[in-house]
Design a protein around this ligand. Structure first.
Ligand code: AMP
Ligand code: GLY
Length: 427
């Protein structure tokens, strides 16, 4: 197949690597220097909808896979479908599940999907009232309604903190228009889990699970990032829990989408809180693959991914189930100084294999996330710079292999977490 991947991060590099490994011809827009070793990068930005439609038609692309959420929320998939191009990724209405936290919470409430009690607020007075009503002692979560690159969520433990978070968003323009409306919701206790499924709008197939490490520092300390590392599988997740998530979360979501007249073709990425009793609660949906989760997950995917993505895009997932490597994969993210705040960029990266993602061998992949070429050398160009994934028989060996490969790479101010996968020890 001729496949066009939209995006330029670690997730898109992992998709490119997997699809190119199965013999497909892959194009990327815009791609990154790592993706360029496996695919042809077209110099088209993700926001250039006309340019993307033209490129996909001109090159007779069989399938477009949209990586990031912003173009989906902006309606890129609709535009491509209107031009007769098969797309993996929901249209604008489906992408509202991620694009608007209020729309998502109202969707959960309307379709009886278990979620934390909430209120949608436009003013500080509404927010203050919601904080008093919902939080016993101010234990609420305050969320900007719109896209805020994963940063528009404040977990609060007292009323004062909650009130000031709400005020920052509504009056301080902390997240610009994304925070013009907010959600105040009950803070849930439990263990977090993200589970992705791909769907053709009717049926869904749940992918292998992965556990993300969101905080910037070891021991889950410091501000949240887009993800500093991930382990797959997630060993504490039992088949019974996955069944429960299918029944309680994914199945009613698909019924709800159909009832709302939304033909959703792509990824449903559920951010869940699992109560101590084993009950899953939905925190949020993303409308695209998780990053970095997709890196260690695709490392374990056994076979050709294209029929699954193309099947979803065509409204007809393949029969049967996905197969997964039973080994463990660990992904460690290498981030720039300053991240998750303003990242320092343009710094030389040394020790990086320049060939394909699996240049170090079939069980170790180096995915580029925020890199660029300057004067023929690869330099840092984003907050998350690289993701290194290793696959091995057990968690300790996968960790050792991943950290070994990380040790060879250097750029000034590089931040990594040293404890990716440590949580798995006690589970
Ligand atoms: P969201 O973008 O809605 O997933 O929120 C980002 C992160 O905030 C989640 O991954 C959780 O760690 C945390 N979070 C969000 N909502 C809640 C909640 N109701 N209770 C506890 N933690 C939450
Ligand atoms: N790693 C979290 C995300 O992709 O949203």
């Amino acid at each position: 197949m001729k496949i066009l991947i939209i995006g330029s991060g670690g997730r898109e590099h992992a998709l490119t690597w997997k699809l190119a490994s199965s013999g497909h011809t892959v194009f990327c827009a815009p791609g990154n220097p790592g993706m360029a070793t496996e695919a042809e990068c077209l110099g088209i930005a993700i926001g250039d909808v006309d340019g993307l439609v033209r490129a996909a038609s001109g090159r007779r692309i069989d399938l477009v896979v949209v990586g990031p959420e912003a173009p989906l929320v902006a309606g890129l998939a609709d535009r491509l479908r209107d031009s007769g191009i098969a797309v993996f990724g929901p249209g604008r209405r489906g992408a509202q599940l991620e694009g608007s936290k209020i729309a998502a919470k109202e969707f959960f409430a309307r379709h009886n999907i278990r979620t934390a009690e909430f209120a949608a607020c436009r003013t500080v007075a509404e927010a203050d009232a919601a904080i008093d009503r919902i939080g016993d002692k101010g234990d609420v979560v305050v969320k900007a309604d719109g896209l805020a690159a994963g940063k528009g969520v404040v977990l609060c433990s007292d009323r004062e903190q909650a009130r000031s978070a709400a005020r920052d968003m509504l009056e301080g323009q902390r997240f610009g228009p994304a925070g013009a409306r907010i959600v105040v919701e009950k803070r849930l206790l439990g263990r977090e889990l993200s589970v992705m499924a791909i769907t053709d709008g009717e049926r869904f197939e749940v992918l292998a699970q992965a556990e993300d490490h969101k905080a910037i520092y070891d021991g889950d300390r410091g501000p949240n990032t887009g993800g500093m590392g991930t382990v797959s599988p997630c060993r504490w997740v039992t088949p019974a829990l996955v069944d429960r998530i299918d029944r309680d979360i994914f199945a009613p979501t698909l019924r709800g989408l159909r009832a709302d007249g939304i033909d959703y073709r792509g990824v449903l990425y559920a951010g869940l809180m699992i109560e101590q009793t084993g009950l899953p609660w939905i925190l949020e949906y993303n409308c695209r693959f998780g990053d970095p989760e997709t890196q260690p997950i695709l490392a374990r995917f056994d076979g050709d991914l294209a029929p699954w993505l193309a099947g979803a895009a065509a409204g007809q997932l393949p029969a049967g189930s996905m197969r997964w490597d039973t080994r463990t994969s660990v992904c460690v993210v290498l981030a720039s100084a300053g991240y998750p705040g303003k990242a320092q960029t343009g710094l030389a990266i040394t020790g990086l294999p320049t060939a394909r993602a699996d240049a170090l061998g079939p069980d170790r992949m180096v995915f580029h996330a925020g890199t660029a070429v300057r004067d023929g050398a690869i330099v840092t160009a984003g907050g998350r710079v690289l993701g290194i994934t290793a696959l091995a028989a057990d968690l300790p060996s996968a960790r050792a292999a991943a950290y070994n490969a990380v040790a060879a790479v250097h750029f000034d101010g590089m931040q990594i977490r040293r404890d990716i996968g440590d949580r798995g020890k006690s589970a």
